[in-house]
Design a protein around this ligand. Structure first.
Ligand code: LMR
Length: 399
């Protein structure tokens, strides 16, 4: 019966991470998957999360089904974090927000919703984008196209080409944008560039679908969400997916949210209902544990302050590692390649390494980056950064 099923070629990120786990070499370095490791190379359990979890264990009680839309306090706190506590759209009750199974779950629920209610619309993602964007949207039946984004020659943004392409899209097209810490390139729009993009989206009557998986890892929690708030204030039709995997270090708990900003509260309640029906059709309702942790941290003054402070430390450590690898590569690779480590920001740098250099890094030095050349700089630490720099130098020179 199943003879015709072809082998799964694997996922460029998750399968590589699994290969890394199986690699027996003691000097191996994982710079592939977007996971933040601390300076000891360990996956942190954030102090606020640990404290919230201890409190929860004492009061855990029975675990019934959550509502299809998720835990109410989680939805409320997630919405506030994304749109700002004083957002006008929030006050007007015109944002439909629901808990999802991670950021990927948010994309999938949003994709199913778009496919159902905008059947003629296609989606445009950046070139390049996170590999799974195409997979999720095509899986939901949407046609996925790309707009110009990354300039390989400079390691920067092709902003004029991007604006030009978006300015010519058919009305009601969907444009997938990364709020901050662009995955995979680490190249973001400046505030001025966002301000230039907003009227183009308005004029062409496009739907902005913003993916925010790294809030807090760029410039700060508020700064990283500024573009979402700018779009909401400008009344651009807006769908926002956010994730707590990275900024709570809660990868396996799959905590995400999807928000749709509507014209008024009535529209928001109808949209929420249809999102709930999508959830019911996919997985009925989301799980409880991680959502309770996130909601309890975000709604408690002391836990929240601790979480924000620890997140700031993580952000600063990434910046410091960018400086360290940049210094370590001095005189070893050309300046255009080297400059990217400090010019780009967030968890990722698009190193400019070719596929064969990436392969050499892995095979000869046990240093794992994605085939595309994406490096997760959050996997660097004081002990491995020099080794990674000399491995890159060797892989680039072919030595
Ligand atoms: C990544 O880009 O490495 C992460 O978002 C993990 C994933 O699911 O791909």
């Amino acid at each position: 019966m199943f003879e015709h099923i072809p082998a799964y070629p694997g996922d460029p990120i998750l399968s590589l991470n699994e290969d890394f786990q199986l690699d027996p070499r003691p000097n191996k370095v994982n710079l592939s998957i977007g996971i933040y490791f601390d300076d000891a190379g360990k996956l942190p359990v954030m102090d606020a999360v640990r404290r919230a979890e201890s409190a929860l264990l004492d009061a855990i009680g029975p675990r019934s089904y959550l509502p299809m839309a998720g835990l109410p306090l989680y939805r409320e706190t997630a919405q506030s974090l994304v749109f700002g506590a004083n957002s006008e759209a929030r006050a007007a009750g015109r944002i439909a927000t629901l808990q999802t199974i991670g950021g990927s779950g948010a994309l999938k629920v949003g994709a199913d919703f778009l496919r159902r209610y905008f059947p003629a619309s296609q989606i445009w993602i950046s070139d390049p984008s996170w590999e799974n964007h195409r997979v999720v949207f095509e899986g939901a039946g949407l046609t996925v196209n790309t707009y110009p984004y990354y300039d390989e020659a400079t390691g920067g943004l092709r902003f004029a080409d991007m604006i030009d392409a978006i300015g010519r899209l058919p009305e009601r097209s969907v444009v997938l944008l990364h709020a901050c810490c662009h995955n995979p390139t680490g190249v973001d729009l400046s505030a001025a560039q966002w301000a230039e993009l907003v009227p183009v989206l308005q004029r062409r009557q496009l739907i902005a679908f913003v993916d925010m998986a790294y809030q807090g890892f760029g410039a700060g929690l508020e700064e990283d969400a500024a573009c979402v708030r700018m779009l909401a204030e400008a009344d651009v039709p807006l769908i926002a997916a956010n994730s707590f995997s990275k900024n709570f270090s809660l990868y396996g708990e799959r905590c995400g949210a999807l928000s749709v900003v509507c014209k008024n509260a009535d529209e928001a309640s109808r949209v929420l209902g249809q999102l709930m029906s999508t959830v019911r059709a996919n997985y009925s309702n989301p799980p409880t544990h991680g959502a309770r942790l996130v909601a309890n941290v975000l709604s408690d003054t002391s836990l929240r302050a601790s979480w924000e402070a620890e997140l700031a430390t993580m952000r600063e450590r990434i910046l410091a590692m960018r400086g360290t690898i940049h210094a370590g590569l001095a005189g070893r690779v050309d300046e255009v390649m080297r400059a990217r480590y400090v010019a780009q920001r967030g968890m990722f740098t698009y190193t400019g390494l070719t596929e064969s250099q990436v392969e050499r890094l892995r095979n000869e030095h046990a240093v794992y980056v994605l085939r595309s050349g994406r490096m997760c700089v959050a996997g660097l630490n004081a002990r491995n950064a020099d080794y990674v720099a000399s491995s890159i130098a060797a892989a680039v020179s072919g030595a």
